[in-house]
Design a protein around this ligand. Structure first.
Ligand code: CMP
Length: 139
């Protein structure tokens, strides 16, 4: 699955009315959307999704934030999807994100950073399967 990645437009990206702008940047960059939904995470889902960060001081803040409003989850396809998507979104901290990246344009802070992007092919697969069934993927 080296040609797929998983993304979420986080609650701040939805709240700031940037779903359309962010999806436009994603498709303009050559990604095709293979599955997508507007949803709201439960506390349990957010804890599982971010389990890799459970020892971090910001873990509960991150979980609380991710359940604070709706998100848009999507599976994206493109050659070199994971790395190219991380380039498109920019650094975790919008203050450090390169000009023209999604986070430079639309993120507020390190916590409220507008979008998620998988950090490896393995996690892209795990995260995609966490949110979508096979029937929800278009062929
Ligand atoms: P992301 O890289 O998509 O996944 C881990 C998330 O943890 C990261 O985005 C941020 O939203 C969040 N995060 C990272 N560092 C901090 C921090 N110092 N305080 C709060 N949230 C953080």
């Amino acid at each position: 699955a080296t040609n797929r990645t998983f993304t979420m437009i986080k609650p701040d990206g939805v709240e700031s009315k940037n779903i359309g702008n962010i999806l436009q940047m994603i498709t303009d960059a050559g990604f095709s959307i293979k599955a997508m939904k507007l949803t709201k995470l439960s506390v349990e889902q957010a804890k599982v999704f971010y389990a890799v960060h459970k020892e971090r001081p910001f873990y509960m803040e991150l979980v609380d934030y991710m359940v604070s409003g709706p998100i848009v989850a999507a599976i994206l396809e493109k050659d070199n999807a994971v790395a190219d998507f991380r380039t498109l979104i920019g650094a975790t901290d919008p203050a450090e994100a390169e000009k023209g990246t999604i986070r430079a344009k639309y993120a507020e802070s390190k916590a409220k950073n507008a979008v998620h992007g998988s950090d490896s092919d393995e996690n892209a697969m795990i995260e995609g399967e966490f949110h979508f069934s096979k029937e929800e993927l278009v062929g």
